[in-house]
Ligand binder design. Sequence first.
Ligand SMILES: *Cc1c(COP(=O)(O)O)cnc(C)c1O
Length: 367
Amino acid sequence: MGINRRVESLIRPEIQALSAYKTVDPGKCIKLDAMENPYSWPESMIDKWLEKVRSVEVNRYPDPAAVALKKALYTYQDIPESKGLLLGNGSDEIIQIILMAIAGPDAVVLAPEPTFVMYRQIAVSLGLKFQGVPLNPSDFSLDFKAICESIEAEQPAVVFLAYPNNPTGNLFDEAEIKEILRLAPGLVVLDEAYAPFTDASFMNCARFDENLLVMRTVSKLGLAGLRLGYLVGDERWIEQFEKVRLPYNINTLTQLSAEFALENRVVFDEQTAKIRQDRVELFAELERIKGVKPMPSEANFILFRVEGQLVDSSAIHSELKKMGVLVKNLHGAMPLLDRCLRVTVGSPEENEAFISALKKILDKSIQ
Ligand SMILES: *Cc1c(COP(=O)(O)O)cnc(C)c1O
């Protein structure tokens, strides 16, 4: 039997039909495609960190329970003392842990779309049914009636709601989410990956003892390279997920570095406050460009549509790249995102380079 035949017969058909998560090689581009914090650490902070790294014993396994890091998370993030905490190698891994724990022949995973692609990707890779419910095309709010009907019909084991949503940047209506929490027969995961850039949160919502789980990550805060996500919820849920988590999923360097970073939380608070301010400026700049329609955002990125029959967002994406600015092209992902691009809020210099390149490209395409 040739290898192709073996692959075809061994690998589950749903895996064969998937494509792996892709990123574009940024080369020397200004990187505004992945919601990274553009700022580095003060020199003195780097020195202190390196001093700590020096003492690490990489010949030893990490603390499987990550006790010190968890303590720092309770202290420096607003996690209620009474709640359980699960750590993941990025929140991506937490999504995987939750779905592995609920996977069964009849389990359905539901989320509005467009949203974070990993909910669908991981559900499908585990052989679960994924039910997407389109958002309202005009403002990307929840199609509340459609969601309620879909929950009623599908009885999903898990509903994922990104709050704020990626790639649209908006918050869903709080009252509607509370109604979804009430209606959902299974778990509702509020994915607060962009918590550093909004005041809205479900972290202190009273539904924790029932079916609410709040998921966060340190990635968008400025620690994307560490790969650390966490899930907050009633201990009775967390206890079950702990059985699925691999024992040493948070490596020693991540545990040490994240704990250190949290102790220096003010540095990150200043950086994210600055990004929030610059988001206002970037939005205003985009709004001033004819033929560009930005969506209001509560995250560290802005989704915008290029309007007009002749403007092709894929061409704009590649022209921007040629001019040294990498953003995310969302055209073709689904009809709701036609002619849409997503730009991360970078440093003022990066934002300016992006705006100036975009203006040049649009001027040229109109002539
Ligand atoms: C970026 C992002 C994540 C992924 O976070 P990691 O912790 O880096 O895996 C999760 N959810 C949403 C909505 C995101 O945009």
